[in-house]
Structures are given as C-alpha cells and as structure tokens.
Design a protein around this ligand. Structure first.
Ligand SMILES: Nc1nc2c(c(=O)[nH]1)N[C@H]1C(S)=C(S)[C@@H](COP(=O)(O)OP(=O)(O)OC[C@H]3O[C@@H](n4cnc5c(=O)[nH]c(N)nc54)[C@H](O)[C@@H]3O)O[C@H]1N2
Ligand SMILES: Nc1nc2c(c(=O)[nH]1)N[C@H]1C(S)=C(S)[C@@H](COP(=O)(O)OP(=O)(O)OC[C@H]3O[C@@H](n4cnc5c(=O)[nH]c(N)nc54)[C@H](O)[C@@H]3O)O[C@H]1N2
Ligand code: SF4
Ligand SMILES: [Mo]
Length: 689
C-alpha cells in the first residue's frame, strides 16, 4: 500500500508528511522529503499525530443530552440533526435570526471555513459568526491591512529568511512552536547573519539569538518607538524609499521624537546599551526581516505594536525588497485561509468586507441569493461569547473547531455564558471540555480521513489528502453543514464535496484581495502549493503563476504606497499594584497543541500538566520550591500548579502554559480597539505558596 502525501493536522507550518494505514485502526506517519517547507522534518507533535486515530476517546457517534437524566446519550445522525434544526427554528421564530451564533476555527480547511460563513449568512440568516483566529493573529491582520492594504501573514516564502542579514523575532518562540522552521535561523547564522529575539523569557528560540532582549511583557510597542527614534537620530532612515514608496512618515517621525533611550529603558526594562546594539545592527544591514508572533500581538495594544514594528521595517526601506520586510508568523493550521473565506464577523470570501455593497453583490451572485438578504457585521469572538445567553445576545451556539472552555480569556465567565445557553452544539473529533457542556455533540472526521485545502503561514495553498477511511459513524463538517442547511430550509443547497466547494470558493474570491480563482487541486498537487493571489485567466492564456512574494512594485493600498501610522504607547490594560505585583504571561510548550484537546489524548506526548514558571529570586522571596505547588491569583480567578523555577524568565514575570484548564481563568479580557484581540499575554497577578 502506498503512502499518501498530506500535511500535519496542527500548526500553520503545515509540514508535509506521508500517511498510511497501520494495522486495523492506526495511522503511520512518514517523512515527505520533497515538500519544500519542512523538507521531511517534523516536530514530535507531527510524528505522533496518527495516534489520535486509535484512541478510545475518539467520538464515533452523535450524542444528545437526555432531558430527564441530564447525561449525554448516543443518538442517530438523523435524530441529532433533526433535533438541532428543530430547536434552531423554534428559537429563531421566537427571538429572531441573530439568536443563533456560529463559532468557527482557524484549524478548519478552506472549504469548511467558506461553507461555515455561507451557512451562517444564508441558511441561518445570522450576523453572529466569528472564530478563534480573532485570538490568534487578528492584530497583525489589522495592522497589515492598515499599513500594506492586505493581510498575508508572510509576504514571502519562509525560506527567504535564510538570505536576510538580520532577523528580528518579536514575541515568537519558533523553536518550540514551529520547530522545523528554526532551521532557517540556523542556516542564516551559518551564513553570518544575525538573529535578534525579543521575549520576557529566554526560550530555546532566544538561545539561538545573537542579541536577546528581555522586555517587561506588554512593552514591545515602546521598544519599537525607541528603535525608530534612534534610527532617525543616526540618519539610518532610507529617505529615498520613504519618499518613493510610503506616506505618513513625517507624523511618525515627530511622534517618536520623545522616545529617547532612557525612557525606553524605564518603560521596557531593556538597557540603553542593548537598545543601541539592536539599532546598530539594523542600521548597518542591507536586508532586515522583522517577524512578530503572539508575544507581541496578543495585547490590548497588539495592532499598534505591530504597526510600530512595521514602521521600523518601512523606515529601513525593507518591505518589498528581496529577502527583507515584515511578516507575521500565523499560528493555526489554516490560520491564514481561515481568515479569508468569510467565517469572520465582518467578512465575506476573498477577504472582502461585509459592509461593502460591491462585495455583497458579488458574493450574493455566486451564492444565488439576494444581496439584501445577507446580514451585516456581527460581534467579534470575545464580545460574542460574552453576550451569549444571560449576556442578552444569542441563545444558541454552534461550535466547529474550537475548545472555548480552555482557550477563551476570562474562561470562568465565558463558561458561565456557555452554560446559560438554550442550545449548545459542538462538532469535534474528541470530547473536548467544550463538547462536554453541549446539548448535542457531533463526531467529525479528522485530517487524515478527509480531503481539503489549507493555506499555510506563507499564503501557500496546499492539499490535505484523505489517506484512510474514517471510523464508522463519523461525518465531515461539510456533511453536518449541508444536513443542517437542508433541514433549515436553506434557499440554496450546500455541497459536501470539498473539490466542488473549492471551485465555488474560487469564484467567490475572484477579484478579491485573497483571489484563489486560478488555483486548482491539480495545480496544488503538481506545484507543491500555490501562493495566493492567483486569479483565473481567460481561456488560452498562460495560467497565473501565483504570488510567492508581494510588494515588489507596489503595496495593496489605493495609492500603491505603504502607510506609516502614528501609534501611542499606553501600556498593558492591567498594571501591577500592591495586591497583584507581578506580570503574568501565557503561551505554549513544544509537546502540546492549543487547548490540548488533541495532544493531551496522545499517549506518547508528555502530558505534564500546567506549571508556573518563575525566577529563583521570586521563588526565594515567596518561599516557593521547584516542583511544589503554588497558587496564581488575578482579579478574575486563581489556579494551582507546581512551580517551575528557572533563571531564564524575568524576576517580575510568571508564565503559565494554556494547554490545560486553568491559565485562562486568570487572563484579562481587555480587547484591542481595532482587532478585538484579547490581552492573553499580560495581566497583573500574585503568586502564593
Ligand atoms: N507546540 C506548539 N506549537 C504551536 C501551537 C501550540 O499550541 N503548541 N500553537 C500554534 C498557534 S495557533 C500559534 S498562534 C503559534 C504561537 O506561536 P508563538 O507566538 O511563538 O507562541 P507563544 O508561546 O504563544 O508566544 C511566544 C512567546 O511570546 C513570549 N511573550 C509573552 N509575553 C510577551 C510580550 O509581552 N512581548 C514579547 N515580545 N514576548 C512575549 C512568550 O514568553 C513566548 O515565548 O504557535 C503555533 N504552534
Ligand atoms: N492564555 C492563552 N490563551 C490562548 C492563547 C494564549 O497564547 N494564551 N492563544 C490563543 C490562540 S493563538 C489560539 S489559536 C486559540 C486556540 O484555542 P482553540 O480554539 O481551543 O484551539 P484548539 O485547541 O486547536 O481547538 C480545536 C478544537 O477543534 C477540534 N477539531 C480539530 N479539527 C477539527 C475539524 O476539522 N472540525 C471540527 N469540528 N473540530 C476539529 C479539536 O479536537 C479541538 O477540540 O487559543 C487562544 N487562547
Ligand atoms: S511544526 Fe507544526 S506542522 Fe510541523 S510537525 Fe510540528 S505541529 Fe505539525
Ligand atoms: Mo493561534
């Protein structure tokens, strides 16, 4: 039996892998050396991804909550779908269309994301749809749209990084969050290039750095302002590029004038000589790449922070230059595609805006409905969850591809909102913490059992190929959407064939920013991925080659110029005080993925449980010991976990991974004004023994 080339189910690197059946129910993962992004390498999550197949915890039958006992019991598919459709119809008749909400995920394929957005607007007629990508890279997306007129995480292939002179990683722990990508840093250094890492913790990524800066969490914006101030003072601004390719620099130049190094040091904790070392490195380099990830972005000022780093890249004349520029390291498997096809509250497919009449007309024509029938903009992810049930908003929620109970900020509050719903329906492959609260749970096919496309962090559209048959009783999200649409009396049918959905998605995206209309599955397979935008061409013309690199000649703004935008530093929404004297930050460990719903069930991955990382000085002061339990408290809740005492974290900061229930009982739900991204990366906390 031959192995099928496909991609890892987890992160946005979407490593290529070969998959085949092993024994009766197992899946074997092998290297796919020819796929350029990872060249056969996988992290341990990738190598063990097949194990979720065999696990007894895999859902294989629909479950409905029995009103008499309050327990979930097995049900047939027709019974479960009839029940969901019937309750939705009754709730909408009583409370209006917007009483039903949909919550999607950045791990869903492009076809699922597209169908979900269409299902919400056409079959449910609700404006209330958003997804977990809002918690992931939405601040970078917002900044990219404002500065460049387009949001594609990386505007160049990841391997370009190797050819740069300096790479600055702001809030990325690439060596643990996308390990095969860290080879690019190693190769860059072998060529004599330099790596700069900015992180309150010295991570395995920081250990690869030539220059490591350790700021107070939530101060990256001030650092960027200080960098630009010094670049300007040293005459290192590329005036010719700024004049030719950008607008708005003079205002920005004035706005950073007061960010002298001593002020930056007081705000960020980064010593003036370290700041100067960074500026010297940047000023003396031909090709600089600035990359941000969640450490810089998951803040109430996340968008402003990214804009400020884009300003640095623009002032140096980098975006659009070969092997240089700014990029965001998108996180989830389809974090890029998931934000293009319309599962976001304000969007329609092709990265079009739902309040744009021309966009509505185009998409409605593809869908075969009246543009006026399409609802308007809905609530953003956290605002939606906060409004559920007792919050006065929707009374029913359908969840596809997110484990909200573990991953939402201020999770105790959000869980109460979920519990106050009249109807919670969760589609998942396992009994996640969120599925356990549901009235109806629907068992879904997983990666190796289905086909579809994903778009990786480079904007490369790739093919997820079915390698094995799903277990009996399990259906694809596309089947669930189509089954519900039909029962709800949708004016148009929903296809369950992913290739057919992809073709429709291409038509819907045609002419939009994220244009997929020239991409076919055959091309993806033959070319090892196709980069969007890739518009269709007239019969007989050469096919569009796709766009690995953006911005060479112009930016996607109306005047073709990138925009410098003024940003003011305000600091974290919650500052330490005598009751909560420490900074709490959260993030990831190598062996677990996200809410852990999948990876905590894989036996060969270590499931060590949450821990509280702290500096020995802090441990001494409060009497904590490595491995012994401590309690972390914030204004929203508390959790208990063993201390992990390490010298690599700032003494004023503690870190808790969010893969286990607990971290998000602590986190702050302050939102960025433009992206609506919650401040996962910093709040005020206390630690007690
Ligand atoms: N192993 C693993 N890999 C993953 C995932 C996973 O769950 N597990 N998830 C995937 C997804 S969806 C995502 S979004 C990516 C995330 O990828 P990353 O952004 O690399 O991961 P995080 O651990 O969330 O945060 C990165 C770093 O930010 C630092 N940090 C915290 N606060 C601040 C701050 O204020 N400023 C700065 N500069 N740094 C700060 C943290 O110490 C951490 O080391 O990973 C993807 N890959
Ligand atoms: N404190 C703190 N919280 C965070 C973060 C942080 O850094 N700190 N990071 C945030 C970020 S960046 C992210 S991306 C979110 C992620 O957090 P979540 O949204 O919870 O992401 P996952 O754990 O990947 O949840 C995906 C769920 O969908 C299921 N699933 C997988 N594939 C499919 C499919 O094809 N269909 C269906 N229906 N289900 C599927 C999985 O089994 C799992 O239960 O967490 C956010 N929360
Ligand atoms: S780096 Fe990401 S895509 Fe690659 S094997 Fe690991 S989890 Fe999978
Ligand atoms: Mo993410």
């Amino acid at each position: 039996m031959s192995a099928t080339p496909t991609h890892c189910p987890y992160c946005s690197l979407q490593c290529g892998m070969k998959v085949q059946r092993k024994g009766r129910a197992g899946i074997e993962v092998a290297a796919w050396e020819q796929f350029p992004v990872n060249e056969g390498a996988l992290c341990r999550k990738g190598w063990t991804a097949g194990e979720l197949r065999g696990t007894r915890e895999r859902l294989t039958t629909p479950l409905v909550r029995d009103r008499a006992t309050g327990e979930l019991r097995a049900a047939g598919w027709d019974e479960a779908l009839d029940l969901v459709a019937g309750r939705i119809t009754a709730l909408q008749a009583e409370h209006g269309k917007d009483t039903v909400a949909v919550f999607g995920g950045g791990g869903l394929t492009n076809e699922k994301s597209y169908q979900l957005g269409k299902f919400a607007r056409v079959a449910l007629g609700t404006s209330q749809v958003d997804y977990n990508g809002r918690w992931c890279m939405s601040s970078a997306a917002s900044a990219g749209n404002q500065a460049f007129g387009i949001d594609r995480g990386l505007p160049f292939p990841l391997a370009d990084v190797e050819q740069a002179d300096v790479v600055v990683l702001v809030g990325s722990n690439m060596a643990e969050t996308m390990p095969p990508a860290a080879r690019h840093l190693d190769r860059l250094r072998e060529r004599g290039g330099k790596v700069v890492v900015v992180d309150p913790r010295l991570t395995p990524t920081g250990e690869r750095a030539d220059l490591f800066l350790q700021p107070v969490p939530g101060t990256d914006l001030a650092l960027a302002l200080g960098v630009l101030h010094l670049l300007d003072a040293q005459g290192a601004v590329d005036e010719e590029y700024v004049a030719r390719r950008t607008t708005g620099f003079e205002e920005v130049r004035r706005s950073v004038a007061a960010w002298w190094p001593e002020r930056v040091e007081r705000t960020t904790g980064i010593a003036t000589d370290e700041l100067r070392a960074l500026v010297d490195l940047l000023a003396g380099s031909e090709r600089v790449v600035v990359l941000t990830a969640r450490g810089a972005e998951q803040h109430a000022q996340g968008t402003a922070t990214v804009l400020a780093w884009i300003n640095v890249a623009l002032a140096l004349g980098m975006p659009g230059k070969p092997y240089a520029g700014y990029g965001c390291l998108t996180g989830q498997g389809n974090g890029q595609g998931g934000r293009e096809h319309g599962q976001k509250a304000d969007q329609l497919p092709g990265y079009r805006m739902i309040d744009d009449p021309a966009a509505r007309a185009h998409v409605a024509a593809v869908w075969g409905v009246d543009p006026d029938s399409l609802p308007g903009k809905g609530r953003s992810a956290y605002e939606l969850l906060d409004s559920l049930g007792d919050g006065g908003g929707p009374r029913a929620l359908l969840v596809l591809g997110s484990n909200i109970v573990v991953s939402a900020p201020n999770a105790t509050h959000v869980t109460q909102r979920l519990e106050s719903l009249d109807l919670l329906v969760v589609c998942d492959i396992v009994m996640s913490e969120t599925a356990a609260l549901a009235d109806v749970v629907l068992p879904i096919t997983q990666w190796a059992e289905e086909s579809g496309t994903m778009t990786n962090l480079e904007g490369r559209v790739i093919l997820r190929q079915r390698a094995v048959a799903p277990p009996d009783g399990v259906r694809s999200d596309l089947d669930v959407i189509a089954g519900l649409a039909e029962r709800l009396g949708s004016p148009v049918p929903f296809s369950t064939d992913p290739q057919e959905v992809f073709a429709e998605l291409g038509r819907a995206s045609a002419g939009g920013k994220a244009d997929y209309s020239g991409i076919t599955w055959e091309r993806i397979a033959a070319e090892q991925g196709v980069f969007w935008p890739c518009p269709a061409v007239a019969d007989g013309e050469q096919p569009h080659p796709g766009t690995p690199r953006l911005f060479a000649d112009s930016f996607a703004t109306p005047d073709g110029r990138a925009r410098f935008l003024v940003t003011e530093f305000a600091g974290a929404a919650e500052q330490p005080d005598p009751a909560y004297p420490l900074h709490l930050t959260t993030g990831r460990v190598l062996a677990q993925y996200q809410s852990g719903a999948q990876t905590r069930r894989i036996r060969s991955l270590p499931d060590e449980g949450a821990f509280v990382e702290m500096h020995p000085m802090l441990a001494d002061r409060i009497g904590a010991h490595d491995g012994a339990p401590v309690v972390v408290r914030t204004r929203r809740g508390e959790m208990k976990a063993p201390a992990r005492v390490v010298p690599t974290i700032r003494p004023d900061t503690v870190f808790v991974p969010f893969h286990w229930v607990g971290a998000n009982r602590l986190t702050n739900d302050a939102l960025d004004p433009s992206s609506r991204m919650p401040e996962f990366k910093v709040c005020a906390a206390d630690v007690l023994v």
